[in-house]
Write a protein that binds this ligand. Structure first.
Ligand code: OAD
Length: 234
């Protein structure tokens, strides 16, 4: 089976009704990124940050995977698929994808605020636990914090992602502005002979000279088009 690696970003979930970050009216327009997505912001105002992620979790209950997520899951019949996602939602999981690497953490999990990457204290929340409160403690006695990789923090999953990207026969970028590193840098690890596709309804500035087949469509229609282009080549 050919190895297909997807790098997805916020645009993957846009058609499910989740806002992107940098488009006009995106999340970072409404909530300053320094306040809700940095360790300093959390230290200054843990109540605000806790509330922000509680709202994001609540929103998860109101949205569903879109056709794009579903088609990527169905592609596992024909390809060995790895999804590397910058998204913290669980829509790839809910669509049925089996190998998902979350570079920026997961909304449905919480962790220790002393040692965020200590897996002993990472906990998956059930929907009725989505509302985290100040005073809720992790196993080490520290305040429970969102299991989210904030700006300025290490990205522990990047090495695992690189090992899959280095083996890719096909690499597909979907719905990311390619602004955030190290995620955007994964393109540099794609083997020379692999085919690279980029699905996005808008123009994306990619920092690479390699040939990229651009599919200028939204995620759902774009994955349909990808399937037909891959069939033509098979
Ligand atoms: P951005 O908001 O930067 O980019 C979203 C991309 O999705 C843009 O290129 C849009 O053109 C595209 N897009 C919009 N609608 C789409 C659709 N229907 N189908 C496909 N694409 C569509 O989001 P990311 O690149 O994911 O990090 O942002 C990367 C990281 O920055 C996020 O993981 C988050 C953010 O700050 C953290 O929170 C740590």
């Amino acid at each position: 089976m050919k190895k297909l690696v997807v790098l997805s970003g916020a645009g993957m979930s846009a058609e499910s009704g989740l806002s992107t970050f940098r488009d006009a009216g995106g999340l970072w327009d409404k909530y300053p990124v320094e306040q809700v997505a940095t360790p300093e912001g959390y230290r200054e105002n843990p109540a605000l940050v806790t509330q922000f992620y509680n709202e994001r979790r609540k929103q998860l209950l109101t949205v569903a995977p879109n056709r794009g997520h579903e088609l990527l899951a169905e592609m596992e019949k024909e390809f060995d698929v790895t999804i590397v996602t910058q998204n913290v939602d669980n829509l790839h999981e809910r669509a049925g994808s089996n190998r998902i690497i979350h570079l920026h953490g997961e909304l449905t999990k919480v962790c220790s605020s002393y040692a965020p990457y200590d897996l002993r204290y990472v906990k998956e929340l059930k929907p009725d636990e989505y509302e985290v409160k100040l005073g809720d403690l992790a196993g080490d006695g520290s305040q429970l914090r969102p299991f989210i990789v904030w700006f300025g923090e290490a990205v522990p999953q990047i090495e695992t992602a690189v090992t899959f990207v280095e083996q890719a026969d096909v690499f597909v970028i979907i719905g990311t502005s390619m602004n955030v590193y190290p995620a955007a840098g994964l393109l540099n690890y794609v083997p020379k002979q692999a085919a690279v596709y980029l699905i996005d309804p808008h123009e994306v500035q990619v920092n690479s000279y390699r040939h990229i087949e651009v599919i200028r469509k939204g995620a759902s229609e774009g994955v349909v088009e990808l399937l037909s282009r891959l069939k033509q080549k098979a």
